[in-house]
Design a binder for this molecule. Structure first.
Ligand code: OGA
Ligand code: MN
Length: 290
C-alpha cells in the first residue's frame, strides 16, 4: 500500500483520506489501515470514489455484516441493504414532499440504529448528487464530549442505562407505520461504553434516547438534553458539504450526526447508505434486557 494522505477535518475527530480506492477487493493492509483509522478518527471521508451499489455493498462486507435497512424490513419484511438519503427515488425521479417530511427525522442529532438491540457499527454514505445550496450533514463526537466532562459528571453517568425508542423519536414528526413500529420495540443500552481497541470512553445518546430507567421523565430528559447540548456546541460540529464522489464512513458507536435540510423543490440530492452491524467488529456492549 502506498501511504495514504491523512488530513484531519476537526480538532475533535474526522479525517479526509487521499490515495485510497474503496472496493470489494482491497489489500489487507489497506483494510487494516481503514479499520485503525475508524478507531482513531471516528469519521473518514474518501473523495473522488468511482462508486456503485455493487461496489459499496462489497466494500461494506469487508468491514463486517451489512445491516438490513429497517424501514423496508419493518414495513414489508423485505431485506435490502441500502438506504436512500435525499429526495430521489429508485426510478430517478424526485420524491414527493411527504417523503421529505419523513426524512426530516434525520435532522435530529442521532446515531444510526441506536434503537436496535445491536446498533450500527459504521454507516457508509456515498454522494451521487448534492444540492447547490444546503444539504450538509453535521457530525459531533460523543467521545470528545465525554473527554470534556467533569469527573463528577463522569461518575454520575457511568452506571446508567438509556432506553432508545424509534417510535418515541419519530412519532412527533410523522406517524410510524404500524408494522414498522411493531418491528422496533424499545431497547436498552449502557450510557457509557469504551472503545475495545483504544479504551476511550463515550456516552451514547441522540434523538432515539428516550429515558433513563429508574429516573423520572423530567430528570431523564434534562440529563439527556444537557449531554446533547454539551456534545453539539457549535465549535464541536463538523459540517460536511458532500461533493459527488465522496464516500464517508462514520463510527456510530461514538458519533452523532444530522441532516441540515435544503430546498427539496429546487435541488436533487441522491446519496446511498449502507451500514455495518455492531457485534464482534462493532463491539458495542451487549444491551441488557429491560
Ligand atoms: C444518514 C443521515 C442525514 C442527511 O445518512 O444516516 O442521517 O440528511 N443523513 O445527511
Ligand atoms: Mn442517520
Amino acid at each position: 500500500m502506498s501511504k495514504p494522505d491523512i488530513q484531519p477535518l476537526h480538532t475533535d475527530f474526522g479525517a479526509r483520506i487521499l490515495g485510497v480506492t474503496l472496493s470489494g477487493d482491497m489489500a489487507l493492509d489497506t483494510l487494516d489501515f481503514i479499520r485503525q483509522s475508524i478507531e482513531q478518527y471516528s469519521l473518514l471521508c474518501f473523495p473522488e470514489q468511482d462508486m456503485n451499489d455493487e461496489k459499496q455493498l462489497a466494500f461494506t462486507h469487508l468491514l463486517g455484516t451489512p445491516e438490513a435497512e429497517h424501514v423496508r424490513f419493518g414495513r414489508t419484511g423485505e431485506v435490502s441493504y441500502f438506504g436512500t438519503v435525499g429526495n430521489i427515488q429508485d426510478d430517478g425521479t424526485k420524491a414527493d414532499t411527504a417523503n421529505a417530511r419523513y426524512q426530516s427525522g434525520n435532522q435530529l442529532w442521532h446515531s444510526d440504529s441506536s434503537f436496535r438491540e445491536t446498533p450500527s457499527f459504521v454507516s457508509i454514505l456515498h454522494a451521487y448528487e448534492v444540492p447547490g445550496e444546503g444539504g450538509q450533514t453535521e457530525f459531533a463526537s460523543m467521545r470528545a464530549g465525554y473527554a470534556r466532562l467533569s469527573d463528577e459528571m463522569r461518575e454520575q453517568i457511568e452506571p446508567l442505562h438509556v432506553v432508545h425508542d424509534y417510535v418515541f423519536s419519530r412519532s412527533p414528526i410523522a406517524p410510524v407505520n404500524p408494522n414498522h413500529a411493531a418491528s422496533l420495540p424499545p431497547v436498552m443500552h449502557p450510557m457509557v461504553c469504551a472503545n475495545p481497541v483504544n479504551g476511550l470512553k463515550n456516552y451514547y445518546i441522540g434523538s432515539h434516547a428516550r429515558s433513563i430507567p429508574g429516573w423520572s421523565g423530567i430528570d431523564s430528559r434534562q440529563l439527556l438534553d444537557t449531554l446533547l447540548e454539551h456534545t453539539t456546541a457549535p465549535e464541536r460540529i463538523l459540517s460536511l458539504a458532500f461533493k459527488p464522489g465522496d464516500t464517508v464512513i462514520w463510527d456510530n458507536r461514538c458519533i452523532l450526526h444530522r441532516g441540515t435540510g435544503y430546498d427539496v423543490n429546487r435541488w436533487r440530492r441522491r446519496m446511498r447508505q449502507t451500514r455495518v452491524v455492531g457485534g464482534d467488529k462493532g463491539v458495542i456492549p451487549k444491551p441488557l434486557q429491560e
